[in-house]
Design a protein around this ligand. Structure first.
Ligand code: SF4
Length: 326
């Protein structure tokens, strides 16, 4: 039982699951970490400006479990399983039946392989889901073997929260094998400095030693990391470990996540506060993923609030207009 719910209960937009490792970390760190994994009634509030598939992945899915939004990158939805489910996840529409659907991408492989073979422009494959590292080694390396068969030179990115939720999952044996599939890199999703534990650090050191480069991305979350000091500490820790911070994402326009959203003016101020406080290489881009406008929009320009209260209409440098729910 966690949070008074039995494993598998799905009263909310996505299942409730957390590892004992992260649960004890959240109890120690109290409020900021636990908000990410504790279900809340706010998740059940539908909002007119929010969507079940905010990045329009269904519309860009030519075959099941493959999303092709950017010409040179294919996204593979490897599994619906995660070590823990983040309450703010934008992919709730895909994950919501994870407890009853244990299938993985290997069960749907042939059309995916045919699509990858037919599209020479795809030079990079992003493995996501769900968390690809919930696959056991046998299935994970079978997937990598099949991928190399159809895309011998593609760069393979593995999006994972394993070092945060279940660091012991990443073993030296696994990393040694992974290093040989070169080039494979980790895109780590890390949101708070308390997630960088000694176990996390060991995973990074071992990954780099095995030749698996590490990049990070974070989601800006109200009540979790919407604080200049928290963000600076997080990014400096990552930077010193040899992780390259790439993006801070504005919370996507996903149903049930409004209580996690940070107003755009606050978000851009937090980002500006990083300058001067951190080395340039430790400062990621602040972005909003606008599926209707072709992808990530960097939020670096002057932000003007054109209409308030909600939904707020923001204008970036008088050019791009964004309607954000708060
Ligand atoms: S680990 Fe990633 S895919 Fe899984 S719930 Fe969290 S954000 Fe979503």
């Amino acid at each position: 039982m966690i949070f008074g719910l039995a494993k598998g209960d799905c009263l909310f937009r996505i299942p409730v699951r957390v590892t004992s490792f992260y649960q004890s970390l959240a109890q120690k760190a109290k409020h900021p970490l636990s908000k990410q994994i504790t279900p809340s009634e706010d998740e059940n509030c539908e909002h007119i400006d929010l969507h079940w598939d905010p990045l329009q992945e269904n519309a860009h899915s030519p075959v099941p479990y493959l999303v092709h939004r950017y010409p040179r990158i294919a996204l593979l939805l490897v599994t619906k399983q995660c070590f823990a489910y983040c309450r703010f996840c934008f992919r709730a529409g895909f994950l919501k039946d994870a407890e009853t659907d244990p299938t993985t991408i290997l069960d749907h492989w042939e059309p995916i392989a045919a699509y990858l073979r037919a599209h020479d422009e795809i030079g990079e494959v992003l493995l996501s889901g769900g968390d690809p590292l919930t696959l056991n080694d046998e299935r994970l390396f079978e997937l990598l073997r099949r991928l190399r068969e159809v895309k011998p030179k593609a760069r393979i990115r593995i999006g994972t929260r394993a070092p945060v939720f279940q660091p012991k999952r990443i073993t030296r044996a696994m990393l040694d094998r992974m290093g040989k599939v070169h080039p494979v890199v980790f895109y780590l999703h890390v949101n708070h400095p308390s997630e960088i534990t000694p176990d996390f650090e060991s995973v990074i050191q071992a990954s780099l030693k095995a030749g698996v480069m590490c990049y990070s991305q974070s989601v800006l979350l109200k009540g979790v990391n919407d604080d200049a000091k928290v963000l600076q500490t997080l990014l400096m820790k990552l930077y010193h470990l040899g992780v390259h911070p790439t993006y801070i994402h504005l919370c996507d326009m996903a149903q049930g996540t409004r209580h996690f959203m940070v107003p755009l003016k606050e978000a851009t101020q937090l980002w500006r506060d990083l300058w001067g406080a951190l080395p340039g290489a430790a400062i990621p881009h602040l972005v909003f993923d606008d599926a209707g406008k072709g992808g990530k929009i960097p939020l670096i320009d002057q932000v003007t609030v054109k209409h308030s209260p909600e939904p707020c209409i923001y204008s970036l440098n008088q050019k791009y207009v964004l309607k954000y729910p708060i």
